[in-house]
Design a protein around this ligand. Sequence first.
Ligand SMILES: CC(C)(COP(=O)(O)OP(=O)(O)OC[C@H]1O[C@@H](n2cnc3c(N)ncnc32)[C@H](O)[C@@H]1OP(=O)(O)O)[C@@H](O)C(=O)NCCC(=O)NCCS
Length: 353
Amino acid sequence: MTVGLRMVGGMGGNITSCMPDTSRANPRRAAITGVATYVPDRVVANAELARTLDTSDEWIITRTGIRERRIGAPGETTSTMGAEAVRRLMAARNLGPRDVDVLVVATVTPDMLFPATACLIQDRLGLENVWGFDLSAACSGFLYALTTGAQFVASGAHRRVVVVGADLMSAIIDPLDRTTAVLFGDGAGAVLLEEAEPGYGILDFVHRVDGSGASDLMMPAGGSLKPATTGTVAAREHYLKQNGRTVFKFAVSQMAGSVERLLERHALRATDLAAVIPHQANQRILDATADRLGLPRERMASVIARFGNTTAATLPLALDDVVRGGKLKRGDLVVFVAVGAGFTIGSTLVRWS
Ligand SMILES: CC(C)(COP(=O)(O)OP(=O)(O)OC[C@H]1O[C@@H](n2cnc3c(N)ncnc32)[C@H](O)[C@@H]1OP(=O)(O)O)[C@@H](O)C(=O)NCCC(=O)NCCS
């Protein structure tokens, strides 16, 4: 099977990156041909959090840009949110239960460690002809899932791939920890990938991981390292832990650096981009990244004020907002970029069709 990619190594450090093999006369590529989202109904504004935590609406807005977030109702899970996003996507594109070939679900909050959320979504929607799996790359999860899903289309193995980013962050956020409880929210998004017209679609990507940052953003217990015990529960180790300042500095430098490398490969400048769709962790990270790139801030998509950080769902939520706002036209160049726990880093260049 020809995948249509070549690995580019030897770029220094632990950097590994990939790019489409442009030496092929007519490389097949994947295009994003639909996007849909779902967020829970319940809106939790900053003021509500300030009733139980030592924080304030003013601190949260100033330091993060977040005004409110959505929190799932009892019974809502990552698979129910993801399934609703996929159901909306399929309805919008008139797809039946036999029309989806692959389902890739990015999440760090699967309903259970196994079976995969992809299986639960398949069953809920009665998809008859699909295989799939979950992908764990935290806030870069959707980006990595997009790259992974695109290979099935580029190789010719499959016609329609659905990529989902879904996270019920409220399941792993410590409600007593003001340094993280104000940042995250719940949500889901899904995109459809199909073969692109020549010259359009997902053109290139730069991804790398740096595991030296593993302890700066993680959930200590519940895995094979520290299985659940009464002790891990008492120590609140089943909640997300973050070294916010370190992650902030890393995110600012790496988001801009990743986009710069991608643009350099194509002799592009940031101003050639109609939009950058970034992971939504902090408005200050988005502004600093735009400034470093020389990108007008209004071209940096932002929905963080309404949804907070929804981990794997931020990119499709931001893309959906940009598409609905009519800000993308055929032929526009768009970059997706994310930094997340791991650390995981990545950017992807798309010519919108
Ligand atoms: C978490 C984050 C918003 C904190 O903002 P910050 O400006 O870096 O704030 P600091 O961590 O330096 O803390 C400043 C002070 O505010 C306090 N503080 C933290 N959270 C607070 C809150 N919700 N309300 C009020 N005060 C708060 C801190 O305790 C600290 O107090 P101190 O100076 O007395 O110790 C910011 O670091 C961030 O966004 N980090 C990256 C997050 C991220 O990207 N995560 C996901 C990656 S995928």
